[in-house]
Structure formats: C-alpha cells, structure tokens
Ligand binder design. Structure first.
Ligand SMILES: [Zn+2]
Length: 211
C-alpha cells in the first residue's frame, strides 16, 4: 500500500496513545514523493544561551513513492515518532540513532511485537521503484579504461560540461577512450548527472542493452 495523509494521521494518533503515553503534540504531517527515504522527522535546530542545542518546528514526512506492506509503513511512522519524542523531551540525545533511540526502539519492538530498525536502506526492488522513469535528455560518456573496463558517466547536456569531463578524465592517465552519446533512455536517470570525474560500472550485459 501507499501512505496517504489521513492514514498517517490516524496511525500517529493511535501509536501516540499506545506507545508514547499520548505525550506527542500532533505535528504537521506531509506526504512526499521522496525517493531517498521512507520517512523523515524534520526539525529546526538552534543554540540556546548556554550553548545547548534546542529543536523545534517538527514535521513528519512520509514518502508515498514506495509500495510497502502496511507493517513497514507503520514501523516507519513509529520510527519517526521516536525521533520526534527525543527532539521534544531529550534533545541531548538528538540527532541520529543515539543509544536512547535504540533503547526506545528495542522497547517498542518488544512490547508491541514490531520490527522497527535504524536502517533506511532500500532493497534493490525499492531502488527500482524509486527511479524516475520519465524520459529525459542525457549525454552519456562511454569510458574505456586502460585496465580494460568500460564504464559510463551521465553528464548534463551542456557543451562546457562535456568538454570539462573529457579533459579531466583524459588528464587522469587511466582512460584510453571516451565517446559521448545523446539518449533519452530512462535507464540513465538512476545515475547522478554532473561533470564530476567519476565513472560508474553497471553490469556489462545490462549496459550493452542500453548503449
Ligand atoms: Zn531515523
């Protein structure tokens, strides 16, 4: 299923009562289309007169980009609620997955039979879902290295980026040839588009289908 705002609000209220003693004031909740996270607890950070950090303006965002089992959506909501609780009531334990975060997570997992984790890593299937499949114009450099490997780099469609990339890569002394292609194949949307002097090495068989 994919989360929507009514669902997340309803679950928030329910978990707040069951797991957080109803102590969490309801924050703004937003549904996003983010591909880099399932959920996030955003906040503002400021330093107080005594040098301690204080957090405010909490917002919970849940991505609807991924089709996830309900259990996983619920675990994501609870995960973000733990961040929110710590930000409100124990700011010294912010940010990230501090020992307090892990302790609260383990308690909730045990008491309520949940499977909340600290990793937000996406499975290969989910990464596939996260790829934007709209055709976009790319310039793809096919880079053959002196060690025999062939890789690619996606470069913005601009003459100066293409020239800069060619110059930088040839200067590295590791490259035997570079060719440039123009394509709208969505396969290339998954690679960062820049003129950074890097090369990606996708599976050669997969690459052959797209070049
Ligand atoms: Zn987290």
């Amino acid at each position: 299923m994919k989360a929507d705002i009514a669902y997340v609000q309803e679950r928030f209220r329910e978990f707040n009562v069951r797991m957080f003693d109803g102590k969490l004031p309801e924050p703004p909740i937003a549904i996003t289309n983010a591909k880099t996270y399932f959920g996030v607890c955003a906040f503002r950070k400021h330093r107080k007169w005594n040098g301690k950090l204080e957090y405010s303006d909490f917002r919970i965002r849940i991505s609807r980009r991924f089709d996830l089992p309900q259990e996983e959506i619920d675990d994501t909501i609870i995960h973000e609620m733990i961040h929110y609780w710590i930000g409100l009531f124990s700011p010294v334990d912010m940010p990230g997955h501090s020992p307090l975060f892990r302790k609260m997570m383990a308690d909730i997992n045990e008491r309520f039979g949940r499977h909340i984790s600290v990793s937000h890593r996406l499975t290969p299937d989910q990464q596939e879902q996260a790829v934007d499949n709209r055709p976009k114009k790319h310039v793809v450099a096919r880079v053959v290295l002196k060690d025999g490997r062939t890789g690619i780099k996606v470069i913005p469609c601009m003459e100066r980026h293409i020239r800069r990339y060619r110059r930088g890569m040839m200067a590295s002394g590791k490259v035997s040839s570079i060719e440039f292609f123009q394509t709208t194949d969505p396969f290339f949307n998954r690679f960062p588009s820049s003129s950074a002097f890097t090369v990606y090495f996708p599976d050669p068989d997969v690459l052959a289908q797209h070049l």
